[in-house]
Design a protein around this ligand. Structure first.
Ligand code: SAM
Ligand code: SF4
Length: 346
């Protein structure tokens, strides 16, 4: 195991139950970490066809750095972690990262978001590690539309992964970005998967994080998605939201899973935000829509102690903006977003 506490006097086995509050009294206890900026798909809402310029590997957070950061976040009350990317399973040491995170014992919940193309062979080890919460991105159940969106021919593989995860009792959420003129006809077929399968389906508004190559979103709003759902399922019930939920939640009576609609662009959920993001190169994002408020990789590489890291996180979290609109206003580059979601992690 990595020597994660080399410069430390923090006792990693002590994890407080109380999480930090930000200056709007929101409990912040969920970290999303992008472990790579690389991806084997080319979803057009995320990056251009030719891909994005990848950072040299040495610029990405290393295994030791990620494990250390997660250990430190555990000491300030973080309870949930999500590994994302890029495609996290492209990272060669990803399973080791999951193992070291599991060994830390800091997190009640270790989650992964994946495109499902590379994870099948890891299912047995994920089960052994007790990691059973996976968000799988599938924007269409139609092979041709899937290809049009992802620019790759992997629908069958991804759908097979979905069924393998189901068969192995994973708790799955399907994520679908819904776009006008592209895949609105997939809303009902995707929602119907929750009828006979134990899967929650999440519809997401498109956001402007596509590597800067396209200005006009094809977003179909959360309200439009809800309207389609309600028309098809007149008995759709609205469920209560819990702290940290980004989705408005619905349930069709007798369906096994629920349906969520995430107003990611309309940003209606910021008042219950509970999250911190770390990009693959160590940029801390207090909000998806901020520019990155600090580079924790560079700070760590100056040789700071764990206590200094802990204090730095506490200082940064106090700067968390009220909502995504405020964060966007403070961007140095204005509201034109140049990053790809593959760097930020979603
Ligand atoms: N590669 C993995 C995947 O696709 O699941 C993990 C990383 S991906 C960036 C995380 C999530 O962000 C996916 O569910 C993806 O659909 C979503 N996403 C990417 N770009 C987006 C955008 N411009 N607007 C809304 N969601 C986006
Ligand atoms: Fe890759 Fe995920 Fe971005 Fe699609 S959304 S290109 S799978 S990182």
């Amino acid at each position: 195991m990595a020597n994660i506490s080399k410069n430390s006097y923090i006792e990693y086995s002590y994890y407080p139950r109380n999480a930090m509050k930000d200056s709007f009294n929101r409990t912040i206890d969920y970290v999303r970490i992008a472990v790579t900026d690389r991806c084997n798909l080319r979803c057009f809402y995320c990056m251009p066809a030719e891909g994005i310029p990848y950072e040299p590997k040495a610029h990405l957070l290393s295994y030791e750095e990620i494990t250390r950061l997660l250990g430190v976040l555990g000491t300030i009350g973080f309870k949930k972690v999500r590994f994302t990317g890029g495609e996290p399973f492209l990272r060669k040491d990803f399973m080791e990262l999951l193992e070291s995170t599991s060994r830390l014992g800091a997190f009640d919940s270790i989650n992964i978001t994946s495109n499902g193309t590379l994870l099948q062979k890891h299912i047995p080890r994920l089960k052994e590690l007790g990691i059973h919460k996976i968000n799988l991105s599938i924007d269409s159940l139609n092979k041709d539309r899937f290809h049009k969106i992802t620019r790759r021919d992997d629908f069958e593989k991804v759908f097979e992964t979905f069924h393998m995860l189901l068969a192995n009792d994973f708790k799955i959420k399907l994520n679908a970005v819904i776009m006008s003129g592209i895949n609105t006809q997939d809303i009902i077929p995707l929602a119907e998967l929750a009828k006979d399968h134990s899967v929650d389906v999440r519809f997401i508004e498109e956001m402007p994080f596509n590597g800067g190559y396209k200005e006009n979103l094809k977003m179909y709003s959360a309200k439009d998605i809800y309207k389609d759902l309600k028309t098809h399922f007149p008995n759709l019930k609205t469920l209560d939201m819990k702290h940290g939920d980004t989705a408005n939640l619905y349930k069709v009576p007798n369906h096994q899973g629920n349906i969520g609609v995430i107003a990611a662009f309309s940003r209606t959920f910021c008042n219950t935000c509970n999250r911190l993001r770390i990009s693959s190169k160590g940029d801390i994002k207090n909000c998806l829509y901020d520019d990155g408020v600090f580079n924790i990789r560079d700070y760590m590489r100056t040789g700071v102690s764990d206590k200094e890291l802990q204090l730095k996180f506490q200082d940064l979290l106090r700067l968390k903006p009220k909502d995504g609109f405020e964060a966007e206003k403070m961007r140095k580059g204005g509201s034109k977003n140049m990053e790809s979601m593959s760097v930020i992690g979603g």
